[in-house]
Design a protein around this ligand. Structure first.
Ligand code: SF4
Length: 407
């Protein structure tokens, strides 16, 4: 959005007075072309996003993602529409989950066969009901007794009951644009920001979105598909669902994929505090994962984000994502939390997810409740010291973690 605004200002300035006349005409013409702006401008802003693909470590860790960009592989959500579900969607929930479980195994074999050239994707666009329809139905069953995240509020959101995230059945999008600030392999990223969140981080840097369930505008699955489609047309390498957090909006996101046509990577950008059922719905569909790994123990998670059983839940979900797709973990280094959080996380990742990448982030700044309750959160009421970042990066290096291409 900022980029578009800057372009508008530049065009206006050029139109008014600056530069020799022929040069002004050429620049105005170039800036007027959508394709130049969207497909090329990011290359100047983020040259590292081009260079990163010359790094063998990136290619080794994100091969399928790269192949989708090059149109040599098919995004999984498109394949999920090509596998017919031969049961009845009106079955009892337990029966649907049994069917889902067996279809999931078949679907992974199908994806592998298509990738290897041993199976042809169906020529028809969409079989109904499909494996994706089964997932959409199960997502709506979860919404009736909401357990999209591990808070498991049990609210019937289909009847406007609200749980901890204060969301009803509708999803709201606060903004959507080509993001040039994400990790280098993801730029430009077609990022869609959902309102509200299932976490309560005291240092949240997006509190205007995450704490306000009424931020933005409501979107139907069709609206969301149109947003994703136009981001794809503008040159996005991926559709990046974030917030707040996408978890409470799983039903809308999965439903929108029925209407999405672009062969484009689907990216889940989340705190990953999903319930196991939500993870089962997502793992067949999302190609790339961008999960936060925030805390190395439950006590810090409880105090700073208000969630229980953090490490067990989030490590389980990281493993599920790693088994099914390609993963870039985000770890925000917190001041005074290198020993209790950063080190245990990096050790766990090195031992369990050796082929993933980790963005070790040093941009923490006190925000939100930390600013208002400095004494209560005195441990994180400052920026991260250089020595703390150096210690975090040295630990990652010592453990052989791949962090440089994405940090
Ligand atoms: S998404 Fe999570 S926080 Fe929101 S209602 Fe469902 S279980 Fe509760």
């Amino acid at each position: 959005m900022l980029c578009a605004h800057l372009l508008k200002l530049t065009k206006r300035a050029l139109n008014r007075r600056y530069g020799p006349l022929p040069l002004r005409f050429i620049l105005i013409e170039l800036l007027s072309k959508e394709s130049f702006v969207t497909n090329s401008m990011w290359r100047f802003i983020r040259p590292d996003a081009v260079k990163v693909w010359q790094d063998p470590q990136t290619l080794q860790r994100l091969p399928r993602y790269r192949a989708i960009i090059d149109q040599e592989r098919i995004a999984k959500f498109l394949l999920a529409k090509q596998v017919a579900y031969d049961g009845e969607l009106s079955k009892a929930t337990e029966e649907l989950w049994k069917d889902h479980s067996s279809m999931s195994i078949q679907f992974r074999e199908f994806v592998h066969a298509v990738d290897c050239g041993d199976a042809e994707p169906a020529p028809v666009d969409c079989l109904e009901p499909s494996f994706l329809d089964l997932k959409v139905e199960l997502a709506h069953r979860i919404l009736e007794n909401c357990h999209f995240c591990e808070r498991k509020c049990g609210a019937d959101r289909t009847h406007e009951e609200k749980g901890w995230c204060k969301l009803g059945p509708d999803s709201r999008v606060s903004s959507a644009f080509l993001h040039t600030g994400e990790e280098a392999p993801l730029v430009p990223s077609g990022t869609i920001f959902f309102s509200s969140c299932c976490f309560g981080c005291v240092f949240c840097q997006n509190e205007d979105i995450s704490t306000n369930p009424n931020a933005g505008r409501p979107v139907s699955p069709e609206d969301l598909a149109k947003i994703a489609g136009s981001l794809g047309e503008d040159g996005a390498l991926n559709i990046n669902y974030v917030g707040g957090d996408p978890i409470p909006n799983t039903h809308t996101i999965l439903s929108s994929m029925k209407y999405q046509q672009f062969n484009i990577t689907q990216l889940w950008n989340s705190n990953l505090y999903c319930s196991e059922e939500t993870m089962l719905l997502l793992t067949d569909i999302f190609d790339v994962w961008l999960p936060d790994f925030k805390y190395g123990n439950d006590a810090c998670a409880q105090r700073l984000s208000g969630v229980q059983n953090y490490f067990e839940v989030v490590s389980r979900n990281h493993l599920m994502a790693y088994e099914a797709g390609e993963v870039i973990i985000r770890h925000l280094v917190l001041p005074n939390h290198v020993e209790c959080c950063t080190v245990p996380i990096l050790e766990w990742v090195a031992g369990n997810m050796p082929n993933c990448m980790v963005n070790i982030m040093g941009q923490y700044r006190p925000e939100h409740r930390v600013l208002k309750e400095r004494e209560r959160f005195s441990d994180i009421a400052r920026m991260v010291h250089r020595e703390e970042m150096n210690a975090a990066l040295a630990k990652a290096e010592e453990l052989g973690i791949c962090w440089r291409p994405v940090s």
